[in-house]
Design a protein. Structure first.
Length: 439
């Protein structure tokens, strides 16, 4: 292979993969390779795959198939990430046009293959990240020690590995220095941060939030995703409530609301304790916005258990909910459980839960009507009559997974402006800009 000069990265899956791809691109650009927008024009195409559930696996396979089919002479196709960690042999058999396969976390090896001296350029302080908008993801740890029977992540990623606080502070400052106005903290379990570094159970994250809040200053939002329910503590609630730039938003993937189902999942099964933790968070932050995710059709889920889930969702009244049908996975405890359900039952239950949640989300969104919220502007344009309109998010909406806010008026993308909320839908809010940006 001739020394590569250009590359193109295809990223599939979750925000944590976005962070990994950005890290790879820092290595490649430090080695003086140039990115190109069209994969056909690249000397090397790298695919960062996802292998979490069947749908994401198939999406990764299809992307690799297409790139292999369209390869030009002399081009190298490199596939890495979660899918290859599990199914490298299957991938090679299905797509013989793939030249190289790497597993999870082997980005230095990918860079070395492309003639990059990673020891000379790794993590150069002056490197500037490319931001697609005013928000950026900060991955605080990788891997997971939780025993969830539906999840293949420990097989893919291994056990918990927290990034050192100093490294995270440096990365947060690098991102904010490049223009990020919001940092979204992600991990397999953000609330486990620091336990492998000697911190006590659920004790590390509040301290990390303190350090990050001071490091980036009050004008950069900090948003917390992927909190494990049993690690949502009063200390975390107090810290979030006190720090001015930590948003009153929390994503707690609960997965189910029936005690018996949660026990089969090997998730925290004390539903009453979960509800008490949520009550504690809402007492500390009355304006708290909660997101969660649920799985329908887990092996053995009875109609009564599903109704418990429906009742749980009704009682808690989450602002945002993602609902997924159970996806069977090799190397997980649930794969060997009895009572796997037909797809039509899984999908029917998902639809019923989503219909219920739509009404709850509509009611939760309506409480913001008449209030003034600070909005992070992501785009600007015009309505059908030629009047200026901006789109973006308030503290209520996480990037990529929640709704948007649309406001009449003008503001520059990347700025924050006050918006009077005048109407709400199932997922989106609508309003008017009150003033020009002040920051």
């Amino acid at each position: 292979m001739a020394v590569p000069r250009t590359y193109h990265v295809v990223t599939l899956g979750c925000p944590k993969n976005d962070v990994d791809s950005e890290h790879l691109e820092r290595l490649l650009s430090g080695g003086e390779l140039l990115p190109v927008e069209d994969p056909y024009d690249a000397d090397a195409v790298i695919v960062n795959t996802c292998g979490f559930i069947e749908q994401s696996q198939e999406q990764s396979y299809q992307a690799v198939d297409e790139l292999a089919r369209d390869k030009r002479d002399g081009q190298k196709l490199i596939v890495a990430g979660c899918l290859t960690q599990l199914y490298a042999g299957e991938l090679r058999a299905r797509a013989p046009g793939v030249d190289h396969v790497f597993g999870v976390g082997q980005w230095h090896d990918v860079a070395r293959l492309l003639s990059v001296d990673v020891d000379a350029i790794y993590d150069i302080p002056e490197s500037t990240p490319h931001l697609d908008g005013p928000s950026a993801y900060l991955k605080i740890s990788d891997g997971c020690d939780a025993p969830c029977t539906f999840c293949v992540i420990p097989k893919i990623k291994g056990g918990l590995r927290s990034a050192p606080a100093g490294m995270l502070i440096k990365e947060a400052q690098r991102l904010s220095g490049a223009g990020a106005r919001e940092l979204v903290l992600v991990a397999q379990d953000t609330t486990a941060w620091g336990e492998d570094l000697g911190q006590g159970f659920a004790a590390g994250l509040p301290g990390l939030l303190e350090m990050l809040s001071e490091a980036v200053g009050p004008d950069v939002w900090l948003r917390l995703m992927y909190a494990y329910p049993s690690r949502v503590t009063p200390e975390l609630a107090e810290t979030m409530a006190r720090l001015p730039n930590v948003l009153h938003y929390l994503d707690v993937p609960l997965q189910h609301g029936a005690h018996s189902t949660l026990r089969r999942m090997k998730r925290p099964a004390n539903v009453e304790r979960v509800m008490k933790n949520i009550e504690t968070m809402r007492d500390a932050m009355p304006d708290l916005v909660l997101r969660t995710s649920f799985i329908t059709g887990f092996p053995g889920e009875t109609e009564a258990e599903f109704q418990e889930l429906m009742d749980f969702a009704t009682a808690i009244r989450f602002d945002h909910v993602g609902v997924f049908t159970y996806s069977r996975q090799q190397w997980t405890g649930a794969d060997d459980l009895a009572g796997h359900l037909p797809d039509e039952v899984k999908h029917a239950r998902r639809d019923r839960l989503m219909e219920l949640q739509a009404g709850i989300a509509r009611e939760r969104a309506s409480r913001f009507v008449g209030h003034d919220l600070e909005m992070l502007v992501e785009g600007a344009g015009e309505d059908e009559d030629g009047n200026p309109v901006i789109a973006g998010r308030t503290y209520r909406e996480a990037p990529e997974v929640d709704g948007l806010v649309f406001a009449a008026g003008h503001a520059e993308p990347g700025s924050r402006v006050p918006v009077r909320i005048e109407a709400s839908g199932d997922y989106d809010l609508f309003g008017t800009v009150l003033a020009q940006p002040v920051r």
